[in-house]
Design a protein around this ligand. Structure first.
Ligand SMILES: [Zn+2]
Length: 106
C-alpha cells in the first residue's frame, strides 16, 4: 500500500489531494503540478540557459536527452554554426508554451 503511493501517486501542491504522479493539473483545485527533478520533466529555463551559454557544444541537446545531436554539435563546435543554431533554438524554447515544451522534450 505504501509502495503504491510512493511509486504511482503524489500529493497536490495546492490542496494535498492524492494525484497520479504524471498529472499536470489537479482536477480538484486546478493547481498546476510542478515536479522539479522528476523523471520526464525537463526545465525549459535550464534548456534556454544551456543553449545560450553552452549551446555551441550542444549542452542543451545533452540536457534534453538528444545525445546524438549533442555529439554532432560538439564535433562541429569549431565552425560556430552550432552556436548560431543553439541561439535560434533558445529563442524557440522561449516562445514555446511550457506544455508544448513538456510534450516535445519531457
Ligand atoms: Zn489540488
Amino acid at each position: 500500500m505504501t509502495d503504491a503511493i510512493m511509486g504511482g501517486q503524489k500529493y497536490c501542491s495546492g490542496c494535498a489531494t492524492v494525484l497520479h504522479k504524471d498529472a499536470f493539473q489537479c482536477p480538484k483545485c486546478g493547481a498546476p503540478q510542478i515536479v522539479a527533478g522528476a523523471t520526464g520533466q525537463k526545465s525549459k529555463v535550464m534548456a534556454v540557459v544551456l543553449a545560450l551559454l553552452l549551446g555551441g557544444i550542444g549542452a542543451h541537446k545533452f540536457y534534453l536527452g538528444r545525445v546524438g545531436w549533442g555529439i554532432i554539435y560538439l564535433l562541429f563546435c569549431w565552425t560556430f554554426i552550432p552556436s548560431l543554431i543553439a541561439f535560434i533554438e533558445a529563442i524557440i524554447y522561449v516562445t514555446m508554451s511550457d506544455q508544448a515544451f513538456a510534450q516535445k522534450y519531457g
